[in-house]
Design a binder for this molecule. Structure first.
Ligand code: DC
Length: 216
């Protein structure tokens, strides 16, 4: 395995931005695994299906094409909720697993952000981060972002979204959102994105030194 950096954590923790910046720093390809689940949710809804219907969601996951990840719809608030709902179905997770594992297997490595990267997709990743922040801090970031995009939504609605999504992602039986035992926790509540990236970079640098020593 190359130098794989697993970046897990809840919605709006800063993990996506940190993953992209780590990719730039180390010259590694970056996969936002949440986009896969978002695209599945969006597809089920576009086809008039029910997010609770495992068979419909699995068919959507199996027929997913890369162009579907590029659609601006996958970045909306509704897509995040739909993603979390299709993500509870084991056959959906299985349908997306090989793609993510192949991404992780690239040389010289990869950065992947998600919920189960350090636990299920790449349990042997040499560097694992678990990025958190309080629900209030995350809701505030997400709210400002959505307001900036012109979505009319209140802070309370976003906070409720985040709490519902955390609870569902933590409680699901298959690959729940949880820090891997060997992940380094980074709480970004009081940090600017620059400070959070700096802290992440230091954690990854330490992991990289250990990985290089172990490789010999
Ligand atoms: O990271 P995100 O907010 O775009 O993820 C959207 C949803 O997708 C998240 O609430 C749960 C699901 N997801 C998952 O189950 N496993 C992943 N590795 C990534 C996302």
């Amino acid at each position: 395995m190359g130098f794989v950096i697993a970046v897990d954590g809840p919605a709006a923790s800063g993990k996506g931005t940190i993953a992209v910046k780590l990719g730039q720093l180390y010259g590694l390809p970056v996969l936002d695994s949440g986009l896969l689940y978002r695209a599945v949710g969006v597809k089920v809804l576009a086809e008039g299906g029910d997010l609770a219907d495992a068979a419909a969601a699995t068919a959507a996951a199996r027929s997913l094409e890369s162009a579907e990840l590029e659609s601006p719809t996958v970045r909306t608030r509704g897509a995040g909720e739909a993603a979390s709902r299709v993500a509870v179905h084991t056959p959906v997770r299985e349908a997306l697993r090989d793609y993510q594992r192949a991404f992780a297997a690239q040389e010289p490595g990869a950065v992947i952000d998600g919920r189960d990267i350090g636990t299920v997709i790449a349990p042997d990743a040499p560097a694992k981060l678990y990025i958190t922040a309080t629900p209030q801090a995350r809701a505030d970031r997400r709210w400002k972002q959505l307001i900036g995009q012109g979505e009319a939504v209140s802070f309370e609605e976003i906070l409720a979204d985040i709490r519902t999504r955390d609870a569902r992602d933590e409680a699901r039986a298959d690959s729940p959102m949880v820090a891997a035992p060997d992940a380094v926790l980074l709480d970004t509540t009081e940090m600017t994105i620059d400070a959070a990236f700096d802290a992440a970079r230091r954690i990854v640098e330490a992991a990289r030194s250990r990985w290089e020593t172990a490789k010999g």
